[in-house]
Design a protein around this ligand. Sequence first.
Ligand SMILES: Nc1ncnc2c1ncn2[C@@H]1O[C@H](COP(=O)(O)OP(=O)(O)O)[C@@H](O)[C@H]1O
Ligand SMILES: [Mg+2]
Length: 354
Amino acid sequence: MIVKTLLVRDFRNHTSKDFVFEPGINVITGPNASGKTNIVEAVYYLSLARSFRGVDDEDLITRGLEYAEIKSQVIEGELKRSIRILITKKGRSVLVNGKKVSKLSDLAKCVNVLLFEPKDVLLFRGSPRDRRNFLDINLSKQFPLYLEYMTRYDQALRQRNELLKSGKYDENLLKTTTELLVKYAGPIINYRAMYVKDINDILIKITRALTGVKEAIEIHYKPFIPMSSDYQSQALEAFNRVLDSDLKHKATSIGVHREDISVSLNGRDIGTYGSQGENRLVALALKISPYFMVKDEDKKPVVVLDDVMSELDDIHQKRLISFLRKFSQVFITGTELEIEGATQIKLKESKEVF
Ligand SMILES: Nc1ncnc2c1ncn2[C@@H]1O[C@H](COP(=O)(O)OP(=O)(O)O)[C@@H](O)[C@H]1O
Ligand SMILES: [Mg+2]
């Protein structure tokens, strides 16, 4: 898919800006604080109706104003969609072709954006939550059923934690809730295992293209209970074993909400043993790997690389660029960056509006 036009109004530091983008590589340059990341943040917002910077919607509205607006034309093969998002302090509304969209999964179908941002260098070193998020977001986009199972699992988890916290809990209710957790965790584990297996081959290919080195790379996922014919009894037993400790800590200590993935390079965990450079390139490879899971050319995700080039040496920059030339549409930001044949968007120094 192609994000053809973008209009942002009162969005962060942009009072009113109009862009026309092209298929292939789009380079957004400008001095520090000119609003480059803000632009790709708006592009990302089109796909999930939330920022990737972990902020509230309110922070996206130009300080001192009441609302922000994002408008875009997105092309998917023969299909053209116009998307309009209004962000207010009380919430946001999303219109696709003039019709209100309330389910996020419906918006995610219209625009799919894969993002790499500078802090992803820490993907394998930081908290498991970020790695789980990677799995959950991409699986939810590709398989709406996964999102459904996750939503139900989260509901059961919340209920179990409330029971644990309440002190005097109803034994039967706790049992039922735990059974629900086990029930919904089953398909979640299956989806995760399948996805990680599929992504492994892709990850090897991308890493080789980016590094030029044939290193042994492998992604690992170890479910909290391995899937087998007696998964259910094993899982229930495991929850039983941790019950006393869960009651003491007032939280559920095992389950798919605590799982993790890891990547090894030549048999050693990359988070622990990998260099900064290796971490950066493998994290980049992982974050763009879902691109190759989408088979329909018209539905290929838009790829956003915020501020990655300056951290790479010449050779790796060249490798990355030649790799990205095959993609439907890519956005790359940087203070100074020239890429042959790319569409150039130059932002000027931003004047503070307050
Ligand atoms: N809600 C907001 N209202 C006004 N300005 C904002 C808002 N949020 C961020 N900014 C401004 O946006 C600028 C940073 O934009 P950013 O896209 O991160 O720049 P860069 O070009 O370095 O990526 C800063 O000057 C910051 O003060
Ligand atoms: Mg930036």
